[in-house]
Write a protein that binds this ligand. Structure first.
Ligand code: FUB
Ligand code: ZN
Length: 667
């Protein structure tokens, strides 16, 4: 059944009250996009049928739901490990709501209502909602502090819980038009706005997200306090006087929380990577909604630093396990790469907002790199096994125990699985965007979108087998002939730009320019900010064809990345590759990839749910008759996202180009 997305009355009211400033570009909501493709649609279906039910089941079996039940009774003993475990329930509700918005399911709808009733009962009379304190106000979780909010800056996560509640409530309201969760969120937000603000209490929230959540509530209600409090929280950073600015310790100097300087003076992606990504997303939101250029300038500088010096080749961020945080510039080790899955989700949120601010495809290039690689590597093909960390190399001694070597069903700190559950159904919302007469096509996923250009309903159908094949087809059908610009992203990787700036570059010769045909006729097009812009009066069934070069690209890293010196990574289309032990004689740390190696690609339908694999004949270092030799061997590389679905063993992303050293390890 096709469901028409009805804009809820409150949202219409907010728009009627006239939000004056906003993002220059507006996303086409995922509810207006229907996928038919073989890559994302099965993942979204698995999320709906496996991940979300498993997530609710785990929220129940681990005691997360029971925490709310006990809070409702105002008695019991907080049953789980962290004070932010409430958010796993909220995030799963958010994912389930997104899923409901495009896939009506009365049983799920009813189940959500039953969980929401429990949450409502756990809320205190003035709107406070934080189960560990409500269950036992005298002895809450040690991180919570004796009084409300007193440990918010460092540990309590009270506002983090609130932020995830708001995000879930916004999604649930928009999906169902019901206010049961929204009213809980608004009551809590009203409390937060009454406690924090100029002349009231001040804090830089210890784990950002309340800012983004408040912005969502502002968009729904139009209530100015929600936006001004979000801005207040952004501006509260860098005000705390208790840090030691001379210390190199991020907890002592405040950089762990992005609290060492006011945001407008920050120019480096620093500290805990998930917190950072949520802060930078909120800064973009607040800059867009208030027109504050100083915030915009700061966020531009921080983004440039992240892309130029702190981004892994598979789009992950947050190199260090110690504090789950960004490392120093160019500190991108492989074996200990932390790359929390939540940090990839946050990186997508942030990059998309940067695109909405600036309209440049370079932000979507980074988003695509993260989305197709370091983000979905976080979830197993079964939809219910996860990586919290996403390392870049596993060696046979499994020495680095702060990163994972195999997937798990759930974690004591289960932020990543539930973040995936909420993010995956929203993916079609990153495909299209509009500004005036411009329609942006950002992601290439088969399916159809319904939107309006100059008030005329338009249907845009994509047909392709992306990311495996570069032949793309777009069929545009306006209800009546209508002139507008179709701006199709030509990915950086198709224009010899591995990433904006020089952290990575391709070594292959530049591919031919991408050709575009309209109704079979080759077309001269203008490039603007990374988009091929086609300006014409579109009429029914106009067809645009485009072929992106799918050559296998060799990538070299900037020489300042010490762990990648002399090494090569492989990419084809948007997909970054790795070699896994199971396809390579049980080992990958012995594979050499000389510069001139011929590499072939082949789609294998029955491997890992259908992937294009790369193959090359390469030297491999082996021990034979007590001596070290190199033998010729076939290197088989699979998409990075698909590793660790077939058991535990070695994995390599960056291959040395020659043998430079042999180290004998003692056990
Ligand atoms: O602190 C809440 C979440 O738990 C963070 O985002 C994750 O990094 C994990 O520490
Ligand atoms: Zn996480």
């Amino acid at each position: 059944m096709k469901r028409i997305f009805v804009m809820p009355a409150l949202l219409c009211a907010a728009m009627a009250w006239g939000q004056k400033k906003d993002y220059a570009i507006q996303a086409v909501p995922f509810t207006q996009v229907k996928l038919t493709d073989n890559f994302w649609l099965p993942r979204i279906e698995t999320n709906r049928t496996v991940t979300i039910p498993a997530s609710f089941e785990r929220c129940e079996s681990t005691g997360r739901v029971n925490n709310f039940v006990m809070a409702a009774k105002r008695s019991g003993k907080f049953a789980t490990k962290y004070p932010f475990d409430d958010t796993d329930v909220y995030k799963t509700i958010e994912g389930a709501s997104f899923s409901l918005a495009v896939h009506p399911d009365p049983k799920l709808d009813k189940y959500l209502d039953s969980i929401i009733a429990i949450i409502a009962a756990a809320q205190e009379a003035d709107g406070y909602l934080y189960t560990t304190r409500t269950i036992d106000p005298v002895q809450p979780h040690p991180w919570a502090g004796k009084e409300r909010w007193e440990r918010e800056r460092e540990l309590s996560h009270e506002l983090y819980n609130a932020g995830h509640l708001y995000e879930a409530a916004a999604a649930h309201y928009q999906a169902t038009n019901k206010k049961n969760l929204l009213n809980i969120a608004l009551k809590n937000a009203d409390l937060v706005c009454s406690v924090f603000g100029p002349g009231k209490r001040s804090v830089a929230p210890g784990h950002e997200i309340v800012e983004m959540g408040l912005v969502k509530l502002y968009r729904i209600t139009g209530k100015p306090e929600y936006l001004s409090t979000a801005k207040f929280f952004v501006e509260a950073r860098g005000q705390y006087k208790g840090y030691d600015p001379k210390s190199n310790d991020p907890w002592k100097n405040g950089s762990y929380w992005q609290d060492n300087k006011p945001v407008v003076l920050q120019d480096e992606a620093e500290g805990h990577a998930v917190r950072a990504g949520y802060l930078y997303s909120a800064v973009a939101d607040v800059a867009a909604l208030t027109g504050d250029d100083s915030l915009l300038n700061a966020i531009d500088k921080i983004w440039a630093n992240m892309v130029q010096k702190k981004l892994y080749v598979q789009g992950g961020v947050g190199a260090k396990g110690d504090g789950e945080r960004y490392g120093s510039n160019y500190e991108l080790p492989n074996a200990t790469a932390y790359n929390e899955t939540c940090a990839s989700v946050a990186n997508v949120y942030w990059n998309y907002r940067m695109f909405l601010l600036h309209g440049d495809s370079k932000y979507v290039d980074v988003l695509e790199r993260t989305l197709y690689n370091g983000l979905i590597s976080g979830i197993g093909l079964d939809g219910k096994s996860f990586f919290y960390t996403n390392p870049m190399q596993i060696t046979g001694n499994f020495k680095h125990t702060d990163v994972e070597h195999t997937r798990s069903g759930w974690f004591e700190c289960s932020c990543c699985p539930t973040n995936l559950a909420r993010f995956i159904p929203s993916i079609p919302g990153y495909m299209y965007a509009q500004k005036d007469d411009n329609l942006f096509v950002n992601l290439f996923i088969a399916g159809s979108a319904s939107l309006k250009m100059k008030n005329t309903p338009v249907q845009l159908v994509q047909q392709n087998s992306y990311p495996w094949n570069g032949n793309l087809e777009f069929i545009i059908t306006p209800e009546k002939a209508t002139a507008f610009n179709l701006a199709i992203r030509i990915p950086g990787w198709a224009r010899q730009v591995a990433v904006p700036f020089d952290l990575y570059h391709f070594t292959n010769p530049a591919p031919k320019a991408v050709t575009i045909k309209v109704n079979g006729q080759p077309l001269d097009y203008d490039m603007k900010q990374g988009y091929a812009v086609i300006n014409r009066t579109w009429k029914k069934d106009d067809k645009v064809e485009m072929e992106l070069p799918m050559d296998v690209q060799r990538i070299l890293a900037n020489e300042k990345v010490s762990d990648d010196i002399g090494k090569t990574a492989l990419q084809r289309g948007p997909i970054v590759y790795c070699a896994e032990w199971t396809d390579n004689n049980g080992k990958t740390s012995n594979l050499i990839l000389p510069a001139n190696t011929n590499i072939t690609s082949q789609f294998v339908p029955d491997l890992l749910n259908g992937v294009t694999v790369l193959k090359a004949e390469v030297p491999a270092v082996v021990i034979k008759n007590n001596s070290i030799e190199t033998v010729r061997q076939t290197l088989t590389a699979i998409p990075y996202y698909s590793w660790a679905n077939r058991g535990k063993g070695e994995m390599t992303v960056w291959f040395p180009s020659q043998v430079t050293d042999i180290r004998l390890l003692t056990q």
